[in-house]
Design a protein around this ligand. Structure first.
Ligand code: SAM
Length: 228
């Protein structure tokens, strides 16, 4: 978190990060944070007591508690934007089979609790999922990106790109290994370039993400989109 975009943003005071070790809220010799699951079965479950003490210390009244879990609601660009508007996010990274459910239920009346998944696969722990979320959220905080326009043109950006992925992008040289950059990008005609980019976004979404295209809001289409 001290590297690249996040590092620069925290140097500028736009963001600040704290990392806590759950074992600091344990009292036994082995600093135990897990125990066997009630009802039996394989694996271990994270104990509620260290989590409760840690969260009592770390949470503030305006904080939002974000719990990564494969069983959560999907983490999307819209969720990232919603989280970027908050002023304090506390991420509770699970390990083993996850955190005792009573922890989330305990905090729900006190702060906003969000159980979120970064995709339909299972990681070994929440830390990597949280890094993914932190990066996606941070670049939506004003001032973090040099060029904020790139956010509004991105795949999934709220508005005209909400259910579209971005089309192909190119840079110099104009010819590379027998492949030329599309002529339209060299035309200097902003209207035509914008139209081409939008058409390509539709093509790529249709080819790779038909699920997104099915969710397209017809009200957001212009008359040229309808011809595609
Ligand atoms: N038993 C859990 C289940 O089947 O839903 C999986 C637990 S996983 C091995 C351990 C931890 O990794 C979770 O508590 C969560 O913090 C994190 N994790 C794993 N996959 C994730 C995903 N797709 N999204 C967010 N967090 C994930």
């Amino acid at each position: 978190m001290s590297a690249s975009l996040l590092g620069k943003a925290s140097d500028k005071g736009l963001l600040s990060f704290g990392v806590h070790d759950l074992r600091d809220w344990t009292y036994d010799r082995h600093r135990t944070v897990d125990d066997t699951p009630y009802g039996g079965g394989p694996g271990m479950v994270m104990k509620p007591s260290p989590w409760g003490e840690a969260l009592d210390d770390v949470l503030t009244p305006s904080a939002r508690l974000v719990v990564p879990t494969p069983s959560g609601r999907p983490f999307t660009q819209a969720v990232a934007a919603e989280m970027a508007a908050g002023d304090h996010l506390v991420f509770a990274c699970g390990r083993y089979e996850g955190i005792d459910s009573r922890v989330m239920r305990h905090y729900a009346p006190l702060v906003r609790v969000d159980e979120v998944s970064i995709g339909d696969y299972v990681l070994a722990g929440g830390e990597v999922a949280v890094l993914v979320m932190i990066e996606a959220i941070s670049r939506l905080v004003p001032g973090v990106l040099g060029n904020f326009e790139s956010v509004t043109d991105d795949s999934f950006a709220p508005g005209r790109m909400e259910t579209l992925v971005e089309g192909p992008v190119f840079t110099k040289p104009r010819d590379w290994r027998g492949q030329a950059v599309p002529d339209v990008l060299m035309s200097g005609h902003h209207g035509r370039i914008a139209r081409w980019r939008r058409d390509e976004a539709f093509r790529r979404t249709a080819a790779l993400r038909p699920d997104l295209l099915a969710r397209l809001d017809p009200a957001g289409l212009d008359k040229h989109d309808r011809k595609l």
